[in-house]
Design a protein. Structure first.
Length: 235
């Protein structure tokens, strides 16, 4: 091999080594924050400006109700899961789940995925649960009113700790002056083992019910606004 060939061979070897070192160094740098496994009780996902967008948490550190970044107590949420937040750090949906068996062997479990209307409660939800021998699962669509749920949260915070009778009075006053929510669609399995699709009017009344009863018999029923049957298949 002449000098020029030896030079090219050495030069090529050096370039190959440099390229290999560069690639390996880049790969190592790119993976410096990678973990094979991590144990954590809660993760807060935020935008660069600190706006809260998602929380992943165990049951112990699961938050209350968060509206525009401010947290308020939740009356009955004791579970693990994921919460979603809108561009204003207000809760707008989530996924919660749990399950256990008590000392007597009774099983209870459940899961819930929902998406909320802006500053209101859930308008679409998927639920599954069991309590002993009773099991149910459903997809539900709900109409929510125009008033902001902030009003109800602030009321519950204000009456927290007062006597139960006084709480009932305050809640009754609130409900009398605020439009209520109405379920519009239900598709699911009930605890009696029947399955049904229920289409409801704006007042939440069943108007068309397609059902397979626990004994396996099918039916399609049409109802008036008073719940009276006005048509049925089979006739």
């Amino acid at each position: 091999m002449n000098k020029s060939q030896r030079f090219l061979a050495v030069y090529s070897g050096i370039l190959t080594a440099v390229f290999a070192v560069t690639v390996l160094a880049g790969a190592t740098k790119a993976r410096k924050n990678a973990f094979e496994e991590i144990d954590v009780q809660r993760i807060n996902v935020v935008e660069p400006d600190g706006t809260l967008r998602m929380i992943i948490s165990d049951k112990t550190r699961f938050p209350g109700i968060i509206l525009k970044g401010k947290e308020y107590p939740h009356p009955n949420r004791r579970t693990a899961g994921v919460l979603f937040f809108d561009d204003e750090s207000t809760e707008n949906g989530g996924l919660i789940f749990g399950g256990s068996k008590d000392k007597d062997g009774k099983v209870s479990s459940g899961g819930h995925l929902s998406f909320d209307r802006y500053h209101q409660d859930q308008v679409f939800s998927i639920d599954a649960g069991e309590n002993g021998a009773q099991r149910s699962s459903a997809l539900v669509v709900t109409d929510r009113p125009d008033w902001p749920i902030d009003d109800l949260v602030l009321l519950l915070t204000r009456i927290r700790g007062v006597p139960a009778d006084q709480q009932k009075v305050e809640l009754s006053k609130f409900q009398a002056n605020h439009e209520s929510s109405q379920q519009r669609l239900y598709l699911g399995r009930s605890v009696d083992r029947s399955v049904s699709l229920k289409l409801k009017d704006p007042e939440g009344r069943d108007r068309i019910v397609i059902e397979v009863a626990p004994d396996g018999s099918p039916s399609i029923r049409m109802l008036d606004q008073n719940g009276k049957e006005i048509g049925r298949l089979p006739g």
